[in-house]
Design a protein around this ligand. Structure first.
Ligand SMILES: NC(=O)c1ccc[n+]([C@@H]2O[C@H](COP(=O)([O-])OP(=O)(O)OC[C@H]3O[C@@H](n4cnc5c(N)ncnc54)[C@H](OP(=O)(O)O)[C@@H]3O)[C@@H](O)[C@H]2O)c1
Length: 302
């Protein structure tokens, strides 16, 4: 049976990767929703409906119209510092919007909710799904509250926690580490990158694939999704320079405390991804392979 899959956050990085990955797959009826008008990241072939997810009535009307079998809910306020500075706005975008989707979707609709490593405090590293969350930022707190809404909704769900997602899509509202490093080094700009934060960077295509695998599954569970490697942000930036053959002497290390960012970042995250590999058949893409794939995509005119 053809499934109707509603993708929220359609104008974002993940939305675009899902559309690329499902191109030509007739078994899925993909419907995109984003805030405001369709942007170039949403192909014309995909039906698009504009909806501000913070407006409950708009969410209700949209869901009555679309009647999705699955919602891949990637929309979120993702700017960590902005969340810290305007917590009310962050809670509305990340928690209230999720609650409205859960409340007004048809009873059978499966929720695939995209969450974050920022639900952890980052003291331990290499987190399993069974480790206790302890967010240290408003953004992390908001995503954890949204996770609880999903779990307590009583409907079919998968929560995919991911981290440091990178990739390319046209006209993004915000950049990501790979685009920032490449752009800066190409322009001969010196950059400082923290060497005391460790992550498992995730190619957005790999995350998009995990979302589709979770859509097809019937398990109600939390899954950790990232590359299987673990690296400091500084070393990751140097790897990016290496793949793009750019001058890595422009990159210097800095400590998180020297940056003075409004929101605290967990020092060491990194995921154990065994559950996703065993239950969803998720296959992680290594950091080297992910960067090579992105390089190819960018140099082949996207
Ligand atoms: N990127 C990462 O490193 C990372 C790491 C861990 C987890 N995640 C999670 O992964 C998911 C996807 O991330 P991403 O990188 O694709 O984020 P993104 O590029 O920032 O896209 C998020 C999208 O959500 C939309 N949005 C925000 N508030 C909305 C609202 N009230 N109504 C409708 N749409 C709204 C934004 O719209 P506008 O374009 O209009 O702003 C944006 O297009 C998010 O849930 C994020 O929390 C991301």
């Amino acid at each position: 049976m053809r499934k109707t899959v509603l993708v929220t956050g359609a104008n974002g990085l993940l939305g675009n990767a899902i559309f690329r990955l499902t191109k030509g797959q007739g078994r899925l009826g993909i419907i995109a929703t984003g805030r405001g008008e369709r942007r170039p990241s949403v192909p014309e072939a995909i039906p698009y409906t504009s909806c501000n997810l913070e407006d409950e009535q708009s969410v209700k009307t949209m869901l009555e119209d679309v009647k999705p079998d699955v919602i891949i809910h990637g929309a979120a306020m993702t700017q960590v510092d902005a969340c810290e500075q305007t917590p009310d706005v962050c809670m509305r975008a990340n928690v209230d919007a999720t609650r409205y989707l859960l409340k007004h979707a048809p009873a059978h609709t499966r929720m695939v909710f995209v969450s974050t490593d920022f639900v952890f405090d980052g003291t331990k590293g290499m987190y399993r799904e069974t480790d206790a969350p302890n967010p240290i930022s408003v953004y992390g707190e908001s995503k954890l509250l949204a996770e609880k809404e999903v779990i307590n909704s009583g409907r079919s769900y998968a929560i995919l926690r991911t981290m440091l997602v990178y990739g390319y899509a046209p006209e993004l509202s915000r950049t990501n580490i790979v685009l920032w490093v490449v752009d800066s080094l190409k322009n001969g700009k010196n950059i400082r990158v923290v060497d005391d934060q460790f992550r498992g960077p995730t190619l957005v295509d790999n995350l998009a694939n995990a979302c589709l695998l979770a859509s097809d599954s019937h398990n109600n569970s939390v899954y950790h999704i990232s590359s299987s490697d673990y690296i400091s942000m500084y070393d990751f930036a140097r790897k990016i320079a290496d793949v793009w053959n750019l001058d890595d002497t422009l990159i210097s290390p800095i400590k998180s405390s020297e940056l003075g960012q409004p929101a605290a970042r967990p020092p060491k995250t990194g995921f154990v991804i065994d559950r996703a590999m065993e239950e969803l058949n998720f296959r992680p893409i290594s950091i080297d392979e992910g960067l090579r794939q992105m390089y190819k995509r960018l140099t082949n005119n996207h």
